[in-house]
Design a protein around this ligand. Structure first.
Ligand code: FMN
Length: 171
């Protein structure tokens, strides 16, 4: 295993955080990783917001359906894409995953909280003063892990096929 696969394999969604703040340099570094994600036609039609104000974190949490734990996180990121760009969703999801993995590499736990398709997406955009041409794609709460719940993953044999659907690897 190399460092990248180790980081990927060690990640779990973390919804409970220690109160310790996440260092500014770490925040900068993970945002750098987010903005380096691939984008269709290299459009980079996105913006990343960093929310650390406890009042704003509580308001954000209150708007979400399954993200009430955002209120206890030291930081939450919000990723928005320009709706007019046909691939904004894919682009912002790539950035979200880069962000999450970079956080993990720094020992910071996080959880992707749905934004796109959620009725509260517009309210989050307005709360954060983001122009109407952007759509919320994801929120990512982050902090040093408290409790971590490990969930089961489907085995490779159930989801990976070689050449044709249903074919296991030839050994
Ligand atoms: C698009 C997307 C939306 C998600 N939205 C939420 C959410 O609103 N609240 C939440 O607690 N987790 C959310 N999650 C996290 C998933 O529940 C989590 O990734 C899944 O249960 C697998 O667990 P793991 O991340 O620990 O592997 C979301 C994940 C994705 C990819």
């Amino acid at each position: 295993m190399n460092i990248c696969t180790t980081v990927i394999k060690s990640r779990q969604s973390v919804r409970s955080y220690k109160p310790d703040p996440v260092d500014d340099l770490v925040i900068r570094e993970v945002l750098e990783c987010a903005r380096l994600a691939p984008t269709a036609m290299n459009r980079q039609d996105w913006v990343f917001l960093v929310i650390r104000d406890p009042v704003m974190l509580s308001k954000l949490a209150g708007l979400t359906e399954h993200g009430k734990f955002i209120a206890q996180a030291p930081v939450c990121f919000a990723i928005f894409g320009k709706r007019a760009h046909v691939y904004y969703l894919e682009d912002c999801c790539a950035a979200t995953e880069n962000l999450i993995l970079a956080l993990q590499a720094h020992g910071v736990g996080s959880c992707w909280v749905a934004g796109d398709k959620k009725a509260y997406a517009g309210a989050v955009r307005e709360l954060l003063n983001v122009p109407g041409e952007f759509s919320l794609v994801s929120l990512v709460s982050a902090g040093y892990p408290g409790d971590v719940k490990v969930v089961a993953k489907k085995p490779m044999s159930e989801v990976v096929f070689y050449e044709l659907y249903g074919n296991p690897p030839v050994r």
